[in-house]
Write a protein that binds this ligand. Sequence first.
Ligand code: WTA
Length: 630
Amino acid sequence: MAKKNFTGEVYYPSDDVISKAHIKDWNELSKKASEDFLGFWEERAKELYWFDQWEKVLDDSEKPFYKWFIGGKTNISYNCLDVHVKTEKRNKLALIWEGENGDFEAMSYYRLHKETCKFANILKSMGVVRGDRVTIYMGRIPEIVIAMLACARIGAIHSVVYGGFSVEALHERIEDSQSKLLIVADGAYQRGKIVPLKEIADEALQRAGGIEHVIVVKRTGQEINMEFGRDMWYHELRSLPIANQDCALEVMDAEDPLFILYTSGTTGKPKAILHTHGGYQVGTYTTLKYVFDLHDEDRYWCAADPGWITGHSYIVYGPLLNGTTSFMYEGAPNFPYPNRWWQMIENYGINILYTAPTAIRGLMRFGDAWVKRHDLSSLRLLGSVGEPINPEAWKWYFSVVGNEKCPIMDTWWQTETGMFMITPMPCVPLKPGSGTRPFPGIEIDILDDEGNSVKTNEEGYLVIKTPWPSMIRTVYGDPERFVKQYWSKYPGIYMTGDSARRDEDGYIWVIGRVDDVIKVSGYRLGTAEIESALVSHNSVAEAAAIGIPDDVKGNVIYTYVILRAGVDPSDELKEELRQHVAHEVGPIAKPASIKFVDKLPKTRSGKIMRRVLKAEELGVDPGNLSTLEE
Ligand code: WTA
């Protein structure tokens, strides 16, 4: 890429970085892909194994229900494991894992394959068949990866619930997905304490019906309740003859569901985003290979949680499809000391680190000395995801962590997109805070309310104009919501829910959500979830939640509560309500502030005007108030 003429603060890649990269000329690749995006994706798909070739790359006859690789037969688990086991990669490490308490595990492709088959056989013996939903609720331990791959192998649809969610969040997701089996760990280590996952699951199961069996993975070892006939220990099942190391795999249609993953949307309950075996693997495989420029000798660490899309696409599927060695760490970044991450990078010789701005800001707070104590020279590339990265954090990450030699891949994408959509590659000049340009083959635009492209540097709605292989197929169980939420503001165009602007170099700067989604420490939460948790407390009549900018977490949650008649406001009640939200939704949803109020600003039709609350909190102009009731 020509080193010239970019405006603003620009970091150009070194010749060394470019010479080693798979993609040396972004412009050339992008041009080729935009001239023939179907051809581009078809070429990529051919790098993976298919039991039967597709007849057609894209079927858009029922827009927006796009279908990819029609007629293709595959199974993502085959491409993640079996393919490698047949080559010299069989003894390569697939996964290196460190527990927060110092426990350690390393698994070759060969072993991960066997473990997956064993788990798959256990699932089969419990009556799980193709198309069944299985909920998985665990911390960051190797068994979560095995469980996901085992589901994929037998064609069951996994629904992973983040281990930081709590009772009601888990209940809702089990019920909505109509799962018949739950895989849970007894607990998870977090900051030296045990998160009692099984206990939380027991409470959720009291609220939800449908679960026939619970497989319990022993991690923390404390005493837990095991319900006779329902709950079974994984380590016991694993030693039974049924847990055979060979398990025939289901041949899946490219469009067969692989997983659902719940995420927060504009209104109401979290929705189940559906991804498939065929297109999803093509998207995650390609984007990870090109953007994090994977080479055979790399040790790659995505520090996200498997319970979110980043973990699905870039801890589990993307790296395994590429035959990479991944590192996974169970616990908190600053436990027992703020050098934990840097120490592990040094110990394991990590080459690529992919994390979120909130983690970077959190670690930056402890000062440079914690980083400088360690030799981080193995690092070659860095990555960021989840929210816009502020230039200050970007520069710290670049200079202190990356020693000014590691380009930062700021990847913009969503649960719905399944893969990176706006992202640099190592050969692309970087501007701190911008994800640069769309991935080759993706057409992005920024529109005003009428659907016209906005002018350079003007803010508008971020939209996607071309279909892509790992795109959301539907909202599971609610196709109308899928159409309404994503495809109705501008018919035929995918609405991301974000606002953005594009600068004179065509670089995209994502500004933030334009809906009622709040990003707290990079985690996606909906105002509705927090509000309904508050209202489920018997002293609350009505509640509103908003996001307020925060230096470390990106946003924190502020809430406004109308108490029921006769309930007295007090600080104790505030604390009780905060704990209640943590118990129902999860600790990440705990409000930073609760204010007792008599009234909430509403439109005449009764909708809470959250932007008015936000403007008041921030002391800014609330804008147009013509719809305000009073
Ligand atoms: C935000 C996470 C700016 C954005 C992969 C998006 C980002 C939402 C970035 C999706 C980034 C994600 N820069 N904003 N690099 N990455 N976002 O579904 O608002 O948990 O719509 O997927 O995160 O969140 P989700």
